[in-house]
Design a protein around this ligand. Structure first.
Ligand code: NAP
Length: 247
């Protein structure tokens, strides 16, 4: 059974990815930071459907937590061959000059450093140069990387720009190690993240600016992620798929 780690797998796009991956036959590590109930319920759902999963509490920006996540996944499910770098945060809308240093550090620590730490651990276990079987890393970016999120969260958009560059560089560096690295850029998707930004109904406010005139679902993003992980995407690396209704 192929083994996948989904960071921030307890809710939103991560949870939808966990469900789609389990449906596709993956055993899944459901990482979360603090919402243990959501992670536990998701694991129970998968087990109830005959799948394999376990929940792992850990902060992706803490190296010991990340190392522990890979170690426990290998012990519980087997060596991981897929990493979904999904955990991400944004903070309340404000102008750029008002963003505190602490906020900038929180956003970059989770969205960028966290993804980098997880990708480093993945490279160590998956790389054929280190005796691994190869694998796939999917980074969850955002269309904000292209739009910039002015007057809302330029810090978040910049962190996703870093994710796009990380995807290109890692894809080229890892190609000869049997690791494909791709990204998915969601548009406005109905999840809890908008409440973190201070506007739970943000998707409905901005949906008129989406060419398809609607927000997306986490399940629609998950389908792109699972396809990029699959062998059907065997010649795709350094690729980014926008799942954004044309935005
Ligand atoms: P969400 O509903 O707010 O869920 C966030 C998930 O990340 C939760 O499972 C949360 O765990 C986890 N998490 C947060 N910080 C973490 C950390 N330091 N370590 C480990 N896990 C952490 O978010 P979402 O909307 O599904 O977003 C998922 C990804 O898609 C993010 O990278 C986001 O930037 C990206 N994205 C979202 C949208 C959108 O419109 N929703 C658009 C573009 C891109 P807990 O449950 O424990 O809190």
């Amino acid at each position: 059974m192929a083994v996948m780690i989904v960071t921030g797998g307890s809710r939103g796009i991560g949870a939808a990815t966990v469900l789609a991956a389990a449906e596709a036959g993956y055993a899944v590590c459901v990482n979360y930071k603090s919402n243990a109930d959501a992670a536990r319920q998701l694991v129970e759902t998968i087990k109830g459907r005959g799948g394999k999963a376990f929940a792992y509490q850990g902060d992706v920006s803490v190296p010991e937590d990340v190392a522990g996540m890979f170690r426990q996944t290998a012990e519980t499910l087997g060596a991981p061959t897929a990493l979904i770098n999904n955990a991400g945060i944004l903070e309340h809308h404000c102008r750029f000059e008002e963003m505190s240093l602490e906020r900038l550090q929180r956003v970059f620590n989770t969205n960028v450093i966290g993804s980098m730490l997880c990708a480093q651990e993945a490279a160590k276990v998956m790389s054929t140069k280190h005796g691994g079987a190869g694998g796939v890393i999917i980074n969850i970016s955002s269309v904000a990387a292209k739009l910039g999120a002015p007057n809302e969260y330029v810090d978040y958009a910049a962190s996703k720009g870093a994710i796009d560059s990380l995807t290109i560089g890692l894809a080229k560096e890892m190609a000869e190690s049997g690791i494909r690295v791709n990204a998915v850029r969601p548009g406005v998707i109905y999840t809890d993240i908008h409440a973190s930004g201070g506007e739970p109904d943000r998707v409905d406010r901005v949906k008129e600016s989406v060419p398809m005139l609607r927000g997306g679902t986490a399940a629609e993003v998950a389908q792109a992620v699972v396809w990029l992980v699959s062998d059907q995407a065997s010649y795709c690396t350094g690729t980014t798929i926008d799942v954004s209704g044309g935005r």
